[in-house]
Design a binder for this molecule. Structure first.
Ligand code: NAP
Length: 491
């Protein structure tokens, strides 16, 4: 069997390339479909049904019909469904990782890590499903009792991006299932296959019809707009860019929908002169290069104390320069292609701007010609403060390094962005570490480490990076509402 036969078999065995609505796999009402491309070759992998507004409303019909029975479903059984889905994802990890690499481009090892990470949200929330509780307390004046209880929010619209094709879905679907909410999910049009494979897994493990409805579409604004205008919808959970998040917030105001917003980032990676530099460089490669830099938590700006800035930049350049580019299916590939030409052009423009203003290229620096949207792992030293790359989300394998003087200056520059998702801090001084983590305006911090994502931890941001948390004990609260009952005990 040639590799491409194997790839085709994996696609065919794991994906029904249609809409999943009310427990049925349907063609789009228009009969239309769209091609999903391999970003390493430009080849169309398969064609997927292209949902219309009518299909989106049919998905909401199915979700609304299923809501009451699903809310009544025993929490233990909701948890068991999630647990079985976790197990099946792990059993099929190699196939699902290949599917992800084919549609998104990241190296197979990273796709396997995402399958494990994404599946873990299902296991984590399988354990949370049975821990939804309320409170019973005495009214402070002593004349009655206060009872609170939790209910599922109701039908939810989930919208996911292309960069983590599985995990961005499971961290919404896991808590929604655990809480007893039904869903309409619109995956990114560039990477719908992983979500369709997950829908199939959930069907196999017994998720009732209509609980999860999946509608790949090339008309996101129309399909999402139709669902959001319908009063039966109760909540929107969105992961994607800040501008689209703002548009959705405005639309959601009409029906006062509950919202969770996981938006863009511009993560500072702050290295103090007392840091363990080898460890900082190792952390920097992880924080920068995970997902080819196409991550909301990717380190975007490397702010390094003047005394060690040159040494850090040289060490990072040596590591980044030694990474090998290749199609993600090649075992020796460390770095895959970017998702598409738009993304590559944006990265190119940011690099050219920084170099044009006086930044020094220490590794990489440009695109690789030929098939696929490859861009070299790049380090730019002495990046001038007015460079666009310091204020915009790069979303690619480019590390701009710039120096700072005092601790206060380092923190002020780290906070000097409209975003507030994550920051990374490297220091061996405990008191400084505590001062700095308190002062950073972000939702998450990696202290002496380059990776924060963990299904057991609350993921999310502040400022223009959004609000709401995914994962951890907090994650399920996004899908629950609280009802309070004032009880007269006749005292
Ligand atoms: P995007 O363009 O905002 O798209 C995200 C999703 O929204 C896609 O499914 C997209 O559909 C859909 N969409 C686009 N316009 C819409 C509209 N008007 N109404 C309803 N849905 C709409 O973002 P992206 O380029 O896919 O992803 C990259 C961004 O996501 C980056 O900014 C990154 O930082 C952010 N992100 C944040 C987190 C986090 O947890 N904070 C995690 C991952 C990524 P189409 O696919 O059809 O365009």
């Amino acid at each position: 069997m040639t590799t491409s036969d194997h790839e085709q078999r994996v696609i065919d065995e794991n994906v029904v390339p249609r809409l999943q609505i009310g427990g049925e796999w349907r063609d789009a009402s228009s009969g239309a479909s769209f091609g999903v491309e391999d970003p390493a070759t430009g080849r169309v992998l398969c064609r997927v049904s292209d949902a219309t507004e009518e299909d989106a409303l049919a998905a909401l019909d199915a979700a609304s019909r299923a809501q009451a029975a699903w809310a009544d479903h025993p929490p233990r059984e909701r948890g068991e469904i999630l647990r079985r889905a976790w197990q099946l994802l792990i059993e099929r990890r190699d196939d699902l990782a290949l599917l992800m690499t084919l549609e998104m481009g990241k190296p197979l090892a990273e796709s396997r890590t995402e399958i494990t990470y994404g599946a873990e949200f299902l296991r984590w929330f399988s354990e949370e499903a049975v821990r939804i509780d309320g409170r019973w307390s005495r009214e402070p004046g002593g004349s009655g009792r206060l009872l609170t209880m939790k209910h599922p929010v109701g039908p939810c619209l989930l919208i996911t991006p292309w960069n983590f094709p599985l995990a961005m879905g499971t961290r919404k679907i896991g808590p929604a299932i655990a809480a007893g909410c039904t869903m309409v999910l619109k995956p990114a049009q560039l990477t719908p296959l992983s979500m369709l494979a997950l829908a199939r897994v959930l069907e196999e493990v017994g998720l009732p019809a209509g609980v999860l409805n999946v509608i790949p579409s090339t008309s996101a604004s129309r399909t999402a707009g139709a669902v959001m205008a319908d009063p039966r919808l109760r909540k929107v959970s969105f992961t994607g860019s800040t501008p689209v998040g703002r548009t959705l917030m405005a639309q959601a105001s009409q029906n006062l929908l509950r919202m969770s917003m996981e938006l863009g980032g511009n993560a500072p990676f702050v290295v103090f002169e007392d840091a363990d530099l080898d460890r900082a460089i190792e952390g920097a490669v992880i924080a920068k290069m995970r997902n080819i830099g196409e991550s909301c938590v990717a380190a975007n700006r490397f702010l390094v104390a003047e005394a060690v800035a040159e040494e850090f930049a040289a060490g990072l350049a040596a590591k980044m320069g030694s990474l090998r580019m290749g199609r993600g299916t090649e075992p020796e590939a460390d770095v895959g292609p970017l998702i598409d030409e738009d993304q590559r052009s944006k990265v190119t423009e940011l690099v050219e701007d920084a170099v044009g203003r006086g930044g020094k290229v220490l590794a990489g620096g440009g695109r690789r010609e030929g098939a696929g949207y490859f861009f070299e792992p790049t380090v730019i030293g002495a990046v001038p403060d007015d460079s666009k790359i310091l204020s915009e989300e790069v979303f690619g394998p480019v590390a701009p390094v710039t120096a700072f003087g005092t601790e206060d200056e380092g923190v002020a520059r780290a906070n000097g962005t409209e975003y507030g998702l994550v920051a990374y801090v490297f220091t061996r001084d405990l008191e400084r570490a505590l001062r700095v983590v308190e002062g950073l305006e972000v939702g998450m911090i990696g202290l002496n480490r380059g990776l924060v994502s963990n299904p057991a931890a609350p993921f999310g941001g502040v400022k223009q990076s959004g609000f709401g948390r995914e994962g951890g004990r907090e994650g399920i609260e996004e899908y629950l509402s609280t009802k309070y009952v004032a009880v007269d005990t006749g005292e």
